[in-house]
Ligand binder design. Sequence first.
Ligand code: SF4
Ligand code: SF4
Length: 379
Amino acid sequence: MPAPADSPPANTAAAKTAPDAGLSPAQIAAQLPAWGAALGFSGVAVARVQLAEDLGLLERWVAQGRHAGMQWLADSLPLRADPERVHPNTLSIISVKWPYWPEATLAPAQHTLADPRRGYVARYALGRDYHKSFRQRLKQLAQRIAAAAPPLRYRVATDSAPLLEKALARDAGLGWIGKNTLLLDRHDGSTFLLGEILTDLPLPPSAQPAQADGCGACAACIQACPTGAITGPRQLDARRCISYWTIEHRGDIPEPMREAMGNRIFGCDDCQLVCPWNRLAASRVDADFAPRHGLDAPALLELWAWSREQWEARTAGMPLRRPGWLGWRRNLCIALGNAPADARIQAALRAAPAEDAPWWEGLRDWALQRQHGDKPGPR
Ligand code: SF4
Ligand code: SF4
């Protein structure tokens, strides 16, 4: 569940150098995959903007309260219906995929998840905050387009604008929406980020045929979700999703969700780790997502020992900042409660200073009780 960020202002780019000057919109559209590949993107295509059906699904989802506490999703519905309101004079939306998996295979992530003394951090969040570098790359792509067709007005978005990103990418031929509700591709799996360039250049929509649904009879993601948050094919209830609770939610976490979190301290990748399409995809590694501070397999007790100052210094410029210090401590406290009984963990829980929240002592008591109980909770 990517984090929203502030949007950059619209840009106007004129050509500085013009190696591709004079290309027609159709020729530019044909060049986009190659220009994008040079920037590390695994897919670039022009979307058809036919959003009525997807918008209806999103409206029903919000009406059912499945967006949990993410009120910004409900508030932005009118904008999502109309990209023209997101960026005036939008005539084309270019959809872009950027692979983010930080390891050559899925195995290291699976090992960390299976070790209850270590914390699991969603793989997109192990390195630097992707918003900035993704925007920079998207701007480079836009400037390449501008060199071919100046002047170009555009806006880049990296989950920073209210768009139906997955529907746009699907309609551009970049994948299908899987039963885990993520965009999936036969070559990339689902381990990529989506970005967009909204522009006033009238590019022809992608000629790539829509990708056929590759889920078939598989239901591995539905079965693997530790909280039952995928209530049916392409049906996600954020009120049960660990990514929502550990990243987006502010405040205490309900007890049934705490147990199901296991050692997941920031986000959750379970519905991707089991997806067969990700076995091949994980081999695409981008250095921008290289793990920092050993956070790909961190010992929970070491993270618990970080002071607030250390946390601020070590997570600067990382997505890990999103839940704030209190959210970070809350998630760690729950993971320690779920870890196997260990006198060092119990001592560390007792010795830690109180946090500034009315629910903090209750949460710590819960973790200590779990530590003194028989076994850690369900994983
Ligand atoms: S597997 Fe994790 S991220 Fe996926 S829906 Fe379930 S709780 Fe959410
Ligand atoms: S795990 Fe199976 S059902 Fe779920 S998204 Fe992947 S292929 Fe589709």
